[in-house]
Design a protein around this ligand. Sequence first.
Ligand SMILES: *[C@@H]1O[C@H](CO)[C@@H](O)[C@H](O)[C@H]1NC(C)=O
Ligand SMILES: *[C@@H]1O[C@H](CO)[C@@H](O)[C@H](O)[C@H]1NC(C)=O
Length: 476
Amino acid sequence: MAPLISSPLFNLLLISFTFLSFFLIKSYALEGRKVIESHYHTVEISSLLPASVCSPSTKGPSKRPSTLKVFHRHGPCSKYSQDKATPSLDEVLSHDESRVESIHFKINHNVDNDKIEDKKAIVPAKSGQSLGTGNYIVSLSLGTPKKSLSLVFDTGSDLTWTQCQPCARSCYTQKEPIFNPTESTSYSNVSCSSTQCSQLSSATGNSPKCFSQTCVYTIQYGDQSFTMGFLSQDTLTISPSDVVPNFYYGCGQNNQGLFGNTAGILGLGQDALSIVSQTEQKYGKYFSYCLPSSSSSSGHLTFGNSGVSSNVKFTPFANSQDTSFYFINILGISVGTTQLSISPSVFKTAGTIIDSGTVITRLPPDAYSALRTEFKKGMSKYPSAPAFSILDTCYDLSNYTTITIPKIGFTFDGNVKVDIVAMGTLVAVDSSRVCLAFAGNSDASDIGILGNVQQRTMEVVYDVAGGKLGFGPGGC
Ligand SMILES: *[C@@H]1O[C@H](CO)[C@@H](O)[C@H](O)[C@H]1NC(C)=O
Ligand SMILES: *[C@@H]1O[C@H](CO)[C@@H](O)[C@H](O)[C@H]1NC(C)=O
């Protein structure tokens, strides 16, 4: 009889060991599941396909003050969804390419457009317009009595504008009645000698013109789209409790382009004439938005900092010469459990902006090819499908109802880690062609763009005065 074996101490040890190993095995399994959960998404294929019924988000700050509902322009939640002109994904992606080309052009040639002899000869001419069709709209009101207008909201533009009667030269077809300044008691023209008139140069890239003492603006959006008219002031109503008197905007008398039946653009850039700068006293140059997960849901655009979630993490804005776009720094990208090995100089050389109007995120060529290689490894069990437009990594998932995909994560300056949701990782042409929703720039010196597909469902917070951009999960 070995006294040790029957000793209570041994029993205790044995029990502890058994318990410990049980615990270890269990926690190992748990750990395994956690790895799957934290590095992979489980996606239902049907969730990637467009829905025909609007199911507005119940999340988010609908009760927050200064909040506007955000809809995808062509989804079933939008009153534009009945339009015959709803573009195909192919058209959306080709317009997106035009927008990216015009952003690259603007940033690479940060000069007054007027000084370029023949801008059209340099910007690749394409039919359609560079604002892209994959954009989001909000509805606000202008004038007294107030008139409702649906505007595309755009962090890449500064001057807000709408088409105005009498459309002296031309107006495109829009859904709502065209704004008539003569019917608004709070409307006024802006003189050529005003500070705001001179601020048009940086806000629009074009020097102001003068027509019988009245300041005239011009904005070109890269190819054949433009708006031109009077710089004006009127009362802008965001919500019944959010009224901005004497708001400066463009009252367009000559407007051309496929702005998709909306009344114009809401400029959320950071130049002096943007709505962000003009409402500084009221909202402290602070706004946030959540872009819905799909075109059949809704999101929000909120001015001011009330009610911003505490799990929003902030990365500093990067310095830049450009006064409109919002620059940030990417430090790295992960795919599944793998941190991609991309030299930091790849992101530094190109720089990055976040843009609400670009659809598909564009990465420097080296970063994109590393991302694609690793994503393909994680997707190797799924049959591949031919490329679609600018999307070169596609899968035929017609035999699947549910798939598991590696999570893509970005690390921004300040060690801010942001996971891209499944709806921000893949876009579906149909179930037989589901593609990675990223693309590479062709030139390593072209700026990277964090596009709106990747921003879906995130609370994106622009603390412009505080010099930082925030990301929070599950905003809508
Ligand atoms: C604004 O200026 C234009 C051009 O001078 C003029 O035609 C228009 O009547 C003016 N509108 C108002 C309300 O003063
Ligand atoms: C789907 O399954 C069928 C039947 O097993 C097979 O013949 C077909 O090749 C599969 N398609 C794809 C794209 O994997």
